[in-house]
Design a protein around this ligand. Structure first.
Ligand code: ASP
Ligand code: MG
Length: 406
C-alpha cells in the first residue's frame, strides 16, 4: 500500500461528467489499496473568467483581492469532487490551500511555498478519507490568501507529494504525456516514456507547456517522481525522475518552441565595466524577466547588447531602456516582438559533440536565419523569426529522427 498524490487540471474537471469520471478513477485507485491525496485546478476556463471579471470592475485590481477572487475557482472544484466521491461511496474531505497548511511568502499572484504543515491532511488519510486539496493557493506568513502563479496547481501537487513522502505525484491532464515536440505542430511527435528532471526543466523553461516550471524545480529538489498522464484515456504517460545511470541517454529528447518573448537591442553602449550591471539592474528593479542575453564584440569602445523578455514585460522594458539610453550615452534601442525560440533538449548532448553544428545546418537548409543562440549543457536554443518557428521545429524533429521509436 502506497501514497499517491493525483493532480487534475482544469480540463480534467471541466464539467460534471468530467468530475464524475475523475471521482471514478480515484475510487479505482483506492480499491487497489493506495491512499490518495488529490489536488485540483479550477474547472475549465474559470480562472480566466474570474480574471476578466476583475478587470471589468477595476482598471488595476488590488493584488490581495485578486488572490481572494481567483482562489474561489479551486474551491468550487474541491467541494464538487468531494460530493462526487461520497456519492460513489468513498469518504472524502476537502481542504483549501490554507486548511491544507500550504504556507507561502507574501507576494500576491506569485507566492512561493515556504512551508507545508500537513497535519490535517495526514489526519484525513489516517481516518481513511481521500483528502482533496485546492491547488494554486496558500496562506501567507501574514495570514492573507495567496496564489502561486498561473499553472500553480502542479506546484501544489508536487510540494504536497514531497511533504507527505508520497511514492509518486501523478499529473493528470488533457494530453497523454510529454512529447518529442508539440503534437499540434508536429503530427508524428512521439510520447516519451521517461525524462530526467533536468530535461523536463529545460523543456518547461523553453515553451513545453505540460508542467509548470516551478513544479519541476520542486520535484527535482525533493526527488519526487512525477507521472504526467491523461485523464481522458487513463493510459500510462511519461515518467519524470532522476537520470538512470544504467540506461543510455537519448542524445535528443525533444524540440520545444516558444513565441511568447520579444527581443530588445540597445545600440552602441559604451563598453566599460559597470554598464551591463547598470542596465540589467534597472530591468530587474522593474521586475522585467530577462531571459537570453547576447553582447557583441566591441568596436571602437562601443558594443550592442541584445536580450529577450516575455512580451508581457516588453512595455516595462521599453520604459527602462528609454531611461538607460539617456543615462549610458547609448545610440538608441530597438524592440521586436516577432521572434520565436526553438530549442533542442537532450541529456546525451553532454557527451555527444556536433549537435549544435547539426542544428545550425538543419536551420540553414530551411533558410531560417539565427538571430541569437544560447546553450546549457543539455540544451541549444536559437532565436529566429516567429514566422519560421513551425518550419524549424518540423525540420529539427525530422532531422534528429525524433518521431521514430526509442
Ligand atoms: N487555475 C489556475 C490557473 O488556471 C491554476 C492551475 O490551473 O494550475 O492558472
Ligand atoms: Mg494547468
Amino acid at each position: 500500500m502506497g501514497l499517491l498524490v493525483q493532480k487534475y487540471g482544469g480540463t480534467s474537471v471541466a464539467d460534471p461528467d468530467r468530475i464524475k469520471a475523475v471521482a471514478e478513477h480515484i475510487v479505482r485507485t483506492r480499491q487497489r489499496g493506495d491512499d490518495v491525496v488529490v489536488v485540483v485546478s479550477a474547472m475549465g476556463k474559470t480562472t480566466d473568467d474570474l480574471l476578466r471579471l476583475a478587470y471589468e470592475v477595476a482598471q488595476a485590481p488590488s493584488a490581495r483581492e485578486m488572490d481572494m477572487l481567483l482562489t474561489s475557482g479551486e474551491r468550487i472544484s474541491i467541494a464538487l469532487l468531494c460530493m462526487a466521491l461520497m456519492d460513489q461511496g468513498v469518504a472524502a474531505r476537502s481542504f483549501t490551500g490554507s486548511q491544507a497548511g500550504i504556507v507561502t511568502d507574501t507576494s500576491h499572484g506569485k507566492a512561493k511555498i515556504v512551508e507545508i504543515r500537513s497535519g490535517r491532511v495526514r489526519e484525513a488519510l489516517e481516518a481513511g478519507d481521500v483528502a482533496v486539496v485546492a491547488g494554486f493557493q496558500g496562506v501567507s506568513t501574514d495570514a492573507n490568501i495567496t496564489t502561486l502563479g498561473r499553472g500553480g496547481s502542479d506546484t501544489t501537487a508536487v510540494a504536497l507529494a514531497a511533504a507527505l513522502g508520497a511514492d509518486a505525484c501523478e499529473i493528470y491532464t488533457d494530453v497523454a504525456g510529454v512529447y518529442t515536440a508539440d503534437p499540434r505542430v508536429v503530427p508524428d511527435a512521439r510520447k516519451l516514456q521517461r525524462l530526467s528532471f533536468e530535461e523536463m526543466l529545460e523543456l518547461s523553461a523553453t515553451g513545453g507547456r505540460v508542467l509548470a516550471l516551478r513544479s519541476v524545480e520542486f520535484a527535482r529538489n525533493h526527488g519526487v517522481p512525477v507521472h504526467v498522464r491523461s485523464s481522458f484515456s487513463w493510459e500510462p504517460g511519461t515518467w519524470v525522475g532522476q537520470e538512470d545511470p544504467t540506461m543510455e541517454q537519448a542524445i535528443i529528447s525533444g524540440v520545444s518552441h516558444d513565441v511568447s518573448e520579444a527581443k530588445v537591442t540597445i545600440r552602441r553602449v559604451p563598453d566599460r565595466p559597470g554598464v551591463a550591471a547598470k542596465l540589467f539592474r534597472a530591468l530587474a528593479d522593474e521586475t522585467v524577466n530577462v531571459d537570453m542575453i547576447e553582447q557583441n564584440v566591441s568596436l571602437e569602445g562601443f558594443t550592442d547588447i541584445s536580450f529577450t523578455v516575455p512580451r508581457d514585460d516588453l512595455s516595462r522594458a521599453i520604459t527602462v531602456m528609454e531611461k538607460m539610453v539617456a543615462e549610458t550615452g547609448a545610440n538608441g534601442f530597438t524592440h521586436d516582438p516577432d521572434i520565436g525560440r526553438v530549442s533542442l533538449v537532450g541529456a546525451g548532448m553532454k557527451t555527444h559533440p556536433g549537435i549544435a553544428a547539426e542544428m545550425f545546418e538543419v536551420l540553414a537548409a530551411e533558410d531560417v536565419n539565427i538571430e541569437m543562440i544560447s546553450t546549457s549543457s543539455i540544451r541549444i536554443s536559437c532565436v529566429v523569426r516567429e514566422a519560421d518557428v513551425e518550419k524549424a521545429v518540423l525540420a529539427l524533429h525530422r532531422a534528429f529522427s525524433l518521431g521514430e521509436l526509442e
